[in-house]
Ligand binder design. Structure first.
Ligand code: 6GP
Length: 830
């Protein structure tokens, strides 16, 4: 057998003795092969989409090589790994990012050119993978890029939704939601692993028996669903490591309930089973409200249960002692959505592995770490006990046990301080009892972190105050970051080239702190010229796009003023619109002479509203109504335009961000946990108009107050201002613009009343638009003044980029690795 084995190895080596080659000819060959043999078209006749498919498959071959070798290397070294559990990964497109990261972008571009195709055109054929809502999901995607690039032994785990975030279609200015059939044309970036499947259990009952003199609980489920793995290779930049994002899809279980086929109603038995597959079919489109829907809980349990089974299987491949789990595995939960996994691990360790409670608890509480992504208590997830107990009966028991022991401990410390006990209990009492998932996470996780300094401070002083008093050591801050590869180097290559030229190195792509060296040249007129030239080219691209989608012609000499993000009252798109109306009103009422002094602006707003969020949808309609009016007003001309960019997503962001002069991050202070859009804009030399909220505060520390436009109430003033809402008289300017909407200047009078009520109704204006209005207008004036001075603006723009070094997700990932996960890098040699 040894000789046979060697013969086989020699043969395999002969068959595949090298990696795929990356010269132009080899790449062309692999593309054309895929045209013929994968896409099944003729090599003599294939269109852009087929060329995109074949190109992607050829890139995927290269990714698979790197993926396989990285995973073998990890397996061999068996380091402690980090598993990043998240309900959302907002990846966007993969083609360009992959070939850039693999270092083969130019060769691919040339190979395609010779074949008669334009890489830039092919890239546009790809559908966005929109398996996320906004900030939280996109952050997870940036983190994966950084983890791969930094050579950490990491995996992502999530759900393979068949329908990602809905597509936003605008009709007559109203948002309509359409399903995102992103998989309809196939997805070359994933690898289906038909043999990697795990059963996931639901419903049923728990039976109590005695085993070895100990109580034993057996969960007898009444539904079982199979989770099938889909692997998505994530290549690092400038490294041989490619990590994995494993997403689970639900398939009906083949073993469970076999007898139901034998009842004579074979067809209905199959139809009944089909509903199992719906678990992974659709992403919930609300990013900050949770309605306690059973399907959502099932999604959460489904993906964490499959992930944990997979993780434990991998652990056991190399380890015999389950107690070593703490040395080999770190589990990060992205917000509370995967928290049920903590309970699932307890259940597995006790019921399946036979550990006692104390040992299981010791392990569980050491492996999990938790990130919170919101500031306000209202958005914290809670599951009605009734639903949880029905779907996951054994889990509810365990939660009660955890809570019992926790409250006993609390009583020892605080005595019978029942108010405090009630506040801190995992179970919220009341008419309908519910399980507080954040509390469960706080009690069971090793650390908890906020995503910006102010957010972490607010967590400690407000949101989780009691817990901070109890366990100050658990609390950490990890200010968010974004990947400079996707968000600067690849989406703004012109600016990237200038940076590389002036810094005389492209090392900033892996060490963003180097950007600070740009400060040395900030006064150099050559740099300023080059800088502005590239920014103009980017604006011109965006102007073409705007004309295509809206028919509105915009001047690239105007200031491009952008607010793109999910539509929320707290993010205050309405405040932005009110100031645009104010500007319009001012221009209308000044003389032609004075108009000459006005700095022309193109205001761009984009973002999706959650389908059931009526006020947010009215805001979208208002943007259109105001745009309609002022874009067609001959008195205004090019001085002011307002356009709505529909279906804002990762790909649209890649176009918009490099072309923006000013971007707005104007949430009411104390409401935005961090904000990551601001970081992408700042990196690209766009100036920020913002409040002292979230990461803006730290951006200001880095970039300098003088290079940003900051306004509005501070977070510590907000509670008082809110309390005084009833007595507050908004300024005349504010009342005037709201009045214009109410009086039908923009039509749809009836439709907008409810929106206006939110800011000037009795005791309303929760987000303090009226309070901040004047200081916002002042900041806007400062913007105009700065923009009118070309050199000054160029300088501020360069300094924005120069000050962005801190906001790389590489920095964030290093902090997690060192302070939360305790993991080391594991770099595969070539
Ligand atoms: C968002 C926060 O709103 C945003 O401020 C932050 O930058 C981002 O998370 C990443 O940390 N939160 C969500 O998207 C969310 O769903 C539950 O929170």
């Amino acid at each position: 057998p040894a000789a046979e084995q060697k013969g086989r190895t020699d043969l395999l080596f002969k068959l595949m003795n090298q990696y795929l080659k990356n010269d132009v000819f080899s790449i062309q060959k692999s593309i054309v092969n895929h045209v013929e043999y994968t896409v099944a078209r003729s090599r003599f006749k294939f269109d852009d989409f087929e060329a995109y498919q074949a190109t992607s498959y050829s890139v995927r071959d290269r990714l698979i090589e790197s993926w396989n070798d990285t995973q073998l290397f990890f397996k061999d070294k068996d380091p402690k790994r980090i598993y990043f559990l998240s309900m959302e990964f907002l990846m966007g497109r993969s083609l360009l990012n992959s070939i850039y990261n693999l270092g083969i972008k130019d060769t691919y571009a040339e190979a395609l050119r010779q074949l008669g195709f334009d890489l830039e055109v092919l890239v546009e054929q790809e559908r966005d993978a929109a398996l996320g809502n906004g900030g939280l999901g996109r952050l997870a995607a940036c983190f994966l890029d950084s983890l791969a690039t930094l050579d950490y032994p990491a995996w992502g785990y999530g759900l393979r939704y068949e329908y990602g975030l809905f597509k936003q279609v605008i009709k007559d200015g109203f948002q309509h939601e359409r399903p995102d059939y992103w998989l309809n044309f196939g997805n070359p970036w994933e690898i289906e692993r038909v043999h990697i499947t795990y059963p996931v259990k639901f419903y049923g009952k728990v039976e109590e028996t005695m085993r070895d003199g100990r109580k034993h609980f057996e969960w007898i489920p009444s539904e079982m669903v199979e989770a099938v793995a889909y692997d998505n290779p994530i290549p690092g930049f400038d490294t041989n490591n490619t990590i994995n994002l494993r997403l689970w899809a639900a398939k009906p279980s083949s073993e469970f309930n076999i007898q139901s086929y034998d009842t004579g109603d074979y067809v209905n038995a199959i139809l009944n089973k089909q509903h199992a597959e719906t678990i992974s079919s659709v992403l919930y489109p609300d990013d900050r409200t949770y309605q306690g829907k059973e399907l959502r809980l099932k999604q959460q349990h489904f993906f964490v249960s499959a992930s944990l089974q997979d993780i434990i299987r991998r652990f056991k491949d190399r380890n015999d002692n389950i107690n070593d789990l703490v040395n080999k595995v770190a589990l990060q939960i992205n917000d509370t959505h995967p928290t049920i996994g903590v309970v699932e691990l307890m259940r597995t360790l006790i019921d399946d592995e036979g550990l006692d409670w104390k040992t299981a608890w010791g392990i569980t509480t050491k492996v999990f770490t938790f990130t919170n992504h919101s500031v306000v208590p209202e958005v914290l997830e809670k599951w009605p006990v009734e639903i949880l107990g029905n779907v996951l009966p054994r889990h509810l028991q365990i939660i009660y046990d955890i809570n019992f022991l926790f409250l006993e401990d609390l009583k020892k410390k605080y005595g019978n301080d029942y108010d405090r006990l009630a506040r801190m209990s995992i179970i919220e009492e009341g008419e309908k009892k519910s399980v507080r998932m954040a509390t469960l996470a706080l009690v069971t996780c090793q650390t908890v972190n906020g995503v910006s300094e102010i957010h972490t401070d607010l967590m400690k002083s407000m949101l989780f105050k009691d817990f901070y008093e109890l366990w100050p050591h658990k609390f950490q801050n990890k200010t968010n970051g974004v990947t400079q590869r996707r968000w600067l180097a690849f989406s703004n290559p012109g600016l990237g080239d200038i940076i590389t030229k002036w810094l005389e190195t492209d090392a900033w792509m892996k060490n963003l702190d180097l950007l600070s060296d740009l400060r040395k040249y900030v006064d150099d007129p050559h740099l300023q010229e080059e800088w502005l030239r590239v920014r103009r080219q980017n604006k011109s691209r965006l102007a073409t796009y705007i004309e295509m989608i809206s028919g509105v012609k915009v001047s690239i000499d105007a200031l491009f003023d952008v607010q793109v993000k999910r539509i929320h009252e707290y993010k205050r798109q309405f405040l932005n619109i009110l100031s645009i109306i104010h500007r319009y009103d001012c221009i209308k009422n000044i003389s032609p002479e004075e108009r000459k002094k006005v700095v022309p602006r193109v205001c761009i707003i984009g973002g999706k509203a959650a389908p059931g969020y009526e006020i947010a949808k009215k805001i979208i309609k208002l943007v259109h109504a105001v745009g309609e009016k002022l874009n067609n007003d001959p008195d205004i001309g090019h001085l002011l335009k307002l356009v709505f960019v529909p279906d804002y997503n990762v790909s649209v962001a890649e176009l918009v961000i490099p072309a923006s002069d000013l971007s707005q991050h104007i949430s009411t202070a104390g409401n935005e946990a961090s904000g990551t859009g601001s970081m992408k804009f700042a990196m690209n030399g766009c100036l920020i108009l913002g409040t002292m909220d979230g990461a803006n505060i730290e951006i200001r520390e880095e970039i300098g107050h003088e290079n940003m436009f900051i306004f509005g109430a501070r977070a510590n003033e907000v509670p008082k201002l809110r309390a005084q809402r009833k007595e507050f008289q908004p300024p005349r300017e504010f009342r005037r613009v709201v009045g214009m909407i109410r009086n039908g200047v923009f039509g749809h009078q009836e439709h907008f009343q409810a929106l206006c009520d939110t800011v000037d109704g009795q005791g309303e204006d929760l987000y303090l638009l009226g309070n901040d209005f004047l200081s916002y207008l002042e900041a806007q004036e400062a913007v105009d003044k700065a923009f009118a001075d070309r050199n000054r603006w160029a300088k501020m723009s360069i300094l924005s980029t120069a000050g962005s070094g801190k906001f790389s997700s590489d920095r964030t990932m290093k902090e997690y690795a060192e302070q939360s996960w305790d993991i080391q890098t594991c770099k595969r040699p070539l």
